[in-house]
Design a binder for this molecule. Sequence first.
Ligand code: ATP
Ligand code: MG
Length: 445
Amino acid sequence: MRAEEMRHMYVNFFNERGHKEIASASLIPDNDPSVLFTTAGMHPLVPYLLGERHPMGKRLVSVQKCMRTDDIDEVGDGFHHTYFEMLGNWSLGDYFKDESIEMSLDFLTNVIGITVDKLAVSVFEGYEQIPKDEEAYDCWKRMGFKDSQIYFYGMKENWWGPAGETGPCGPDTEIFYDMGTDFCGDGCGPACGCGKFVEIWNNVFMQYNKLQDGSFVLLENKNVDTGMSLERILAIYNHLDSNYETDLLAPIMERLEELTNTTCTDENRREFHIITDHMRAVTFILGDNKKIYPSNTGQGYILRRLIRRIVRLIKKLGVSENILPLIAETVISVNALVYPELSGNQDYIMGLLSNEFTLFDKTLKNGLKVAEKALSVLNNGDCLDGAEAFRLFDTFGFPLEITMELAGEKGISVDVEGFQHMLSLHQEKSRAGAKGLFKGGLADS
Ligand code: ATP
Ligand code: MG
């Protein structure tokens, strides 16, 4: 099945159950300085989840463009992206747990054709004054789930919100697809990162209001907020090993193979995934009508980092020409029907990708001179200081692998441990700086 059909099936399913479709909002949130990107379908709905009346009613459905920089280190596997599309449905003070769970399971079993034995779910186990979510548990049991398929987790895994210090929040229940591999060990379950379970859907039940004094009171108007990755459900529906085999991503992978004249193999699959994922992300960021461009702050900085990572990885595949606009062309053609802003901004996307490539290429060439100078004072058998390798990386954007390659040619080794140490110090610093900025939406559930 193609992505286009899946979007329609999802939206139709909820249309038939009284939900009105809302259009995808921009990837760049309006009037929200607390986050750089829209990270979930609920993001544009925050005012309504807080109680404002939505003009379209109490039941809504959408397909939302999302971007999660927090997940960047996970990208490379088959199921995590920076940019992805989130299918979501909402109840604003209308139906609650039972109906929400029943509809989700109805969709997964009767529309998608997944049998219950291939699923597992997680339910909130309770915390201090907040009781275990017996309602959700009872509902799953009624729907035919065995106790061995129901996992209880606490605040970290199965709780959402509030968005700020106070406000609506509540437990969630998450639905996972069991990939059929063995449990990796004792304690393996949906919360384990081994890949046995892939999260497909999260249903958040906003039933509490967190007050200033830290206490939780029951809300009169309870909301449901759900989110599911289009890429993941499409891959599962089609019995594919990863999202990259769906029609959303496979054409980009193929184009990359063509342009690099390299076949994707087990050895380079991670690089192929990252380039493909990041190319889609940068094309969507540049293609957004907010006209973001590469810079050293905010969204522009994320964009720059993603582009530079792509360039490095493409060079690693042995290509030094600027093939970014050509890959972007494929991203645009795959998505233009649903997201016409991409073709509308095609020239802008291509132009900026070319500029940034040229700029980074120059950076790399300058780095090369500095690297050669640093190596010229060393002799065969010496070791290049980790701090020096890090300076090349940090100040000149010069990748460690290239430094190692150059050093290797002269019989010089590089203190990789020292480099990693400097890098982790730097990452801690920037993570602390960015804290709060990249959070938001279902990301912190
Ligand atoms: P995961 O544990 O797989 O990272 P999550 O707990 O971050 O997921 P939520 O924040 O609950 O997920 O988001 C709701 C849904 O969005 C998930 O059930 C999943 O289908 C999808 N999703 C979340 N993060 C990603 C991502 N990086 N790439 C693709 N889909 C994602
Ligand atoms: Mg996550």
